[in-house]
Design a protein around this ligand. Structure first.
Ligand code: FAD
Length: 399
């Protein structure tokens, strides 16, 4: 594949860049994570501006307010938008994972009701999958739904739900049948996060942020018409969400080897041979990742869906982010513990990213789970042991 832009791609890149330059400042220093009220209002306004100018959801069909563009154009847009201080965070999960699931499995009435409002930044969505004893093994979840006439009654608890505290709707994976093996007794629903019985409790993070939550469901009623997919087909629906998640959580926002090299040049650390060796390792891995990403782009440009090799990116970038920030903080010696953005070089980008990096190694599949995927599905090695595969859920000893 020729990795240079075709004339049409170069023209689109210029159009995207010109639009972004008109509306946003170039990216610099640390971006505050999380979403207080003013950050949320800014994110909603940016989403609306993008949608009005057909730059929101590049590949979505025009009938849903998208651009009807190609996957390569979506890659180009992502590359250009990431150079600017674009407040995209609150919409990443909804537009990247939840609404595509609604488009794939929802009725026409669902699509009419939800898609346009999400695209215009008017409504925000969250993903309610993980539970205290169901994360990597999400099919082991316990939140249950029991049918009562035309509605389902939901009871249980979710955890680590990003953005639940400002979300209007969520996609909710629950157990509707405990008598069959765990993957077969699940069903997916759309849930209104503002209805009675939904209680959102924010989790206070070590970084100082409050980005995710525990969500409790007590006798929450969901009409059967808000089901996504057939009863018992929730795992199939969830796989579509998770496939979109792995595509969305690929890169890592934060300093890379270039930024730490620039910092090392200023601080004198380049004279340290051990540091130079680390820098060389980061550079080599970054180049390897860049070439691996070209495989994804090649698949996209041929109209194919990227395969499981896409998992490689998150393992490399998340681990590097943690390692690079750790080294930078060590270089800063005693000052390294100061996290105030106005007192540290680069707006404390190394400190801020250091606190975020461990989360990135967990979200969207932990390092170990992604290594299992690469081992099984890229390298063709034998499968992980799955002793509970054929057991009915209520016969399993679940913690
Ligand atoms: C920043 C962030 C945002 C998140 N946002 C959301 C969200 O919006 N919605 C949502 O539903 N969830 C969300 N999550 C939860 C996330 O999906 C889970 O944390 C993740 O799936 C891991 O599950 P767990 O935390 O229960 O860890 P566990 O699954 O209990 O894992 C614990 C450890 O055991 C290892 N392990 C588990 N199984 C295996 C295995 N088979 N082989 C080898 N090692 C294994 C893991 O790698 C890990 O080191 C978020 C998490 C983070 C960090």
């Amino acid at each position: 594949m020729d990795f240079n832009d075709t004339p049409a791609e170069a023209a689109f890149r210029k159009e995207a860049h010109d639009f972004l330059s008109k509306h946003l400042e170039p990216k610099s220093g640390a971006r505050p994570r999380g979403a207080n009220e003013s950050a949320l209002a800014r994110a909603k306004a940016w989403q609306k501006t993008k949608a009005e100018n057909k730059f929101a959801q590049i590949t979505w069909p025009k009938e849903w307010g998208g651009r009807g563009g190609s996957s390569m154009e979506a890659v180009i847009w992502g590359q250009e938008e990431s150079k600017f201080d674009a407040p995209t965070g609150p919409f990443a999960i909804g537009l990247g994972m939840c609404v595509p699931t609604v488009i794939a499995f929802g009725s026409d009435a669902h699509k009419d009701r939800y898609v346009q409002k999400a695209l215009m930044g008017e409504e925000i969505w969250c993903q309610l999958f993980s539970e205290p004893s169901a994360g990597s093994d999400v099919a082991g979840l316990k939140t249950k739904a029991v049918k009562d006439g035309d509605t389902w009654v939901i009871n249980g608890q979710k955890v680590w739900t990003s953005g639940a505290h400002y979300s209007d709707f969520g996609i909710l994976l629950v157990r509707t049948n405990p008598k069959v093996p765990k993957h077969k007794g699940l069903t997916m629903f759309i849930v209104n996060m503002k209805q009675p019985g939904v209680e959102v409790r924010p989790i206070h993070q070590a970084s100082g942020g409050r980005e995710f939550n525990e969500v409790y469901f007590t006798d929450v009623r969901i009409p059967d018409t808000d089901r996504l997919g057939a009863v018992g087909d929730g795992w199939k629906v969830a796989l579509v969400t998770l496939m979109n998640e792995r595509l969305a959580v690929g890169g890592s926002p934060g300093p890379d080897w270039g930024e730490i090299m620039a910092y090392a040049q200023q601080s004198g650390a380049m004279s340290d041979q051990a540091f130079r060796e680390k820098l060389a390792d980061w550079y080599v891995a970054a180049q390897g990742y860049k070439l691996t990403k070209f495989r994804t782009q090649t698949a996209l440009s041929r109209g194919q869906t990227p395969g499981p090799e896409n998992s490689i990116g998150k393992i490399i970038t998340a681990n590097h982010l943690q390692d690079i920030c750790n080294s930078a903080i060590e270089m800063q010696d005693h000052y390294g513990i100061i996290t105030e953005t106005d007192r540290m070089p680069g707006d404390a980008i190394f400190q801020q990213s250091f606190m975020w990096a461990p989360g990135l190694r967990i979200a969207g599949g932990t390092d170990e789970i992604l290594k299992n995927i690469i081992a099984e599905r890229v390298l063709g090695l034998p499968q992980d042991v799955r002793v509970d595969k054929d057991l009915a859920f209520d016969e399993m000893k679940v913690g």
